[in-house]
Design a protein around this ligand. Structure first.
Ligand SMILES: *Cc1c(COP(=O)(O)O)cnc(C)c1O
Length: 372
């Protein structure tokens, strides 16, 4: 009681982020084994073997603090992206960079405009600073309603989040749509373009956001080593922006926020282009297989530019899948009880998932038949 009274009101009212359940927790609860986790958009191929090697060699030096500036990763990535070294900031996952943005720019009462449904961390970090989330619904194609988002920006708006491709829908917007949106946006709001899944994008007219930074310095692009690079467990993400904006984020940053092992692994993962290419191909063919198979079962599947699919499979299917040992992400929290998000796995995992979907559809069909 006493403690509760002491807590900042905006933290008291916050609900914690609900992550996908670890496999061990699900198996323990249900008394099953051999289950497949397709719930957190992780790389199903695992990390690059080169990253594992780099991790092993970094282990002997963990008595030393890491390089707080991530010099080696910074140099390599700035070369790779064609930006200056002082245009990059690294974080304990892109999640930390999100938090740095709100910490740097948001004061209690300020507004943040964001799409919805989208990444659950946006309202959480916003409320964590006492800010207000203005959620702009996706359009009826489950895409960002960019004109409505621009419309929602007011004098109270400090930050605008967009997520491209969007989590949890996999949908994306084009270069032309982004350009029109930026044109409608006042210069004095921070535009955060979350590109956690950009490496998976398949459309040819995907925006080249990096080129936007010179034109609009209050733009921050977020990327991560958690998804295509398969290092979710090590927590490395980064932001790309103008040197000025990065400089302010850097003031809010903990000095050793990226650990020694994580930096070494990220650097090695970046060099292993073959592994990234294999991951992309596994994902592209898996997306096609899952889309085709789930549509054949009568489910609605949205086009994806990411490593997961939005599926409308009906109410109760998430739990039914769980009992079949297939862990997917429920979307009832977004007001979508009939929808789920399934991460694209290896060919074998995708097949197991489709078989489970098919068994459930067959049972539901039989039950419906018995009723009528
Ligand atoms: C996974 C994800 C992130 C952050 O990932 P980190 O593991 O914190 O780097 C950011 N944005 C979106 C939309 C994501 O799905």
């Amino acid at each position: 009681m006493t403690i509760e009274k002491l807590v900042n009101p905006h933290i008291r009212e916050l609900s914690a982020y609900v992550p996908g359940k670890p496999i061990e927790a699900v198996e323990r609860e249900l008394g099953i084994s051999g289950s497949v986790k397709l719930a957190s958009n992780e790389n199903p191929l695992g990390p690059s073997p080169k990253a594992i090697e780099a991790i092993s060699s970094a282990l002997a030096e963990v008595n030393r603090y890491p390089d707080g500036g991530c010099f080696r990763l910074r140099s390599r990535l700035s070369e790779r992206l064609g930006v200056a070294a002082d245009q990059l900031i690294f974080g304990c996952g892109a999640d930390e960079v999100l938090e740095l943005v709100v910490k740097t720019f948001l004061a209690p009462g300020d507004e943040v405009v964001m799409p919805w449904p989208s990444f659950a961390m946006y309202p959480i970090v916003t409320q964590g600073m006492g800010g207000a989330s203005l959620r702009v619904p996706l359009n009826d194609e489950m895409k960002h309603d960019l004109p409505a988002m621009a419309e929602a920006v007011s004098g109270r708006t400090k930050i605008v989040f967009v997520c491209n491709p969007n989590n949890p829908t996999g949908t994306s917007f084009s270069a032309a749509e982004q350009a029109a949106f930026v044109n409608d946006l006042p210069d004095d709001v921070v535009l955060v373009i979350d590109e956690a899944y950009v490496e998976f994008a398949r459309r040819s007219d995907f925006p080249d956001s990096l080129s936007l930074i010179d034109q609009r310095p209050a733009t921050l692009i977020l990327r991560t080593f958690s998804k295509i690079y398969g290092l979710a467990g090590l927590r490395v993400g980064y932001g790309i922006s103008s040197p000025e904006l990065i400089g302010f984020l850097d003031r809010a940053r903990h000095p050793f926020n990226v650990n020694r092992i994580a930096e070494a692994a990220a650097l090695a993962a970046l060099e292993d282009e073959a592994h990234a290419k294999r991951s992309w191909e596994t994902n592209a063919s898996g997306a096609e297989f899952l889309t085709r198979s789930l549509e054949a079962l009568g489910h609605t599947v949205w086009p994806t530019d990411a490593n997961f699919l939005l599926v409308e499979a009906g109410e109760g299917v998430v739990d039914a899948l769980l009992r079949e040992g297939i862990i997917v992400r429920p979307l009832a929290g977004f007001g979508l009880p009939r929808h789920l998000r399934v991460s694209i796995g290896t060919a074998e995992e995708n097949e197991l998932a489709v078989k489970a979907f098919a068994r459930i559809a067959e049972r539901d069909g039989a039950a419906a038949g018995a009723e009528s």
